[in-house]
Design a binder for this molecule. Structure first.
Ligand code: FPP
Ligand code: MG
Length: 291
């Protein structure tokens, strides 16, 4: 089975479970639930949940035990995209090829749908059928990766740095928090579900951090070189908003080289694991979009 097919099978597994975990649009408040489903089930790569599952499977453990952790990560990711697209933040009209949540449902419902997805993610983890110790560990990893030391802090730095001169250190901090932290958490959470030892948990986190950074650099490059039709979201928006990116600081070719290097380093961390081939493929995939 090819890598793409495997990834789409994981995406289907995640989407079926998400449909079950997300509140029904028939239940009140219907509009809120509709907006949650609209964003969380819109056609995306489901890369982060796949990383939870594949990281668990890397230890030759049945990945289905990690399914709700995978769904939780996608809910958090979906919350972050909804809020990122709002007029007060990036003000984008297009996401995953469709109108953004606030364009479709209005700003108030979009903000609240993001909030509710954020909460539901943690509820999904709290309800997992795993030893309590592992559940607490999952909570710790996820909360840390979305708060000020993760998504929210990174997004804040990103917004406040618009039209500012940004040092390479600050740029790396933004990328690490805004994008790499949730990807790293996904990998580490997969390892925790599998009951991996603390060294391996740490290796998976580092693997995720490297491919997360590579992924964001690739995203920056594609924002300059790709088209809205291919990406399903606006291009050239970083430049318009005066955002510091890898390509603006280092140039396109050095940025591509950096991303490829990071993906290579990431794979080298996992050679000892019984079942690491699929993680290697994902590392390559994170940067292959550049070729
Ligand atoms: C695209 O993911 C998303 C990113 C590269 C991450 C950008 C980071 C943010 C928007 C942080 C926002 C944070 C807050 C708190 C508002 P993807 O290409 O995997 O998208 P897909 O899921 O549609 O495939
Ligand atoms: Mg954006």
């Amino acid at each position: 089975v090819s890598f793409e097919v495997q990834l789409s099978q994981y995406a289907k597994l995640v989407d079926n479970r998400l449909k079950h975990l997300l509140p029904s649009p028939k239940e009140t408040p219907c509009e809120l639930h509709e907006a949650m489903q609209y964003s969380c089930l819109s056609p995306g790569k489901r890369l982060r949940p796949a990383l939870v599952l594949v990281s668990c499977a890397a230890f030759s453990t049945d990945e289905k035990i990690a399914l709700d952790a995978a769904c939780a990560v996608e809910m958090i990711h979906s919350f972050s995209l909804i809020h990122d697209d709002l007029p007060a933040l990036d003000n984008d009209d297009l996401r995953r090829g469709n109108p953004t949540c606030h364009v479709k449902f209005g700003e108030a419902v979009a903000i609240l749908a993001g909030d509710a997805l954020f909460a539901l993610g943690f509820e999904a983890i709290a309800n997992m059928n795993l030893p309590a110790e592992r559940v607490v560990k999952l909570m710790k990893i996820l909360t840390r990766s979305v708060g000020t030391y993760g998504l929210v802090g990174g997004e804040t730095l990103d917004i406040l740095s618009e039209n500012q001169t940004v040092s390479t250190v600050t740029l790396e901090t933004i990328h690490l928090r805004k994008t790499a932290s949730l990807i790293a958490a996904s990998c580490e959470m997969g390892a925790v579900c599998a009951g991996a030892n603390s060294e391996d948990q740490e290796r998976l986190r580092l693997f995720g951090e490297k491919i997360g950074l590579a992924f964001q650099i690739a995203d920056d490059v594609l924002n300059e070189t790709s088209t809205a039709e291919v990406l399903g979201k606006a291009v050239g928006s970083d430049r318009e908003l005066g955002k510091a990116t890898y390509p603006t600081l280092f140039g396109l070719e050095p940025s591509k080289r950096k991303a490829l290097e990071l993906a290579f380093e990431a794979s080298n961390l996992l050679t000892h694991l019984p079942n690491h081939a699929l993680l290697d493929e994902i590392a390559k995939y994170a940067v292959n979009r550049l070729k």
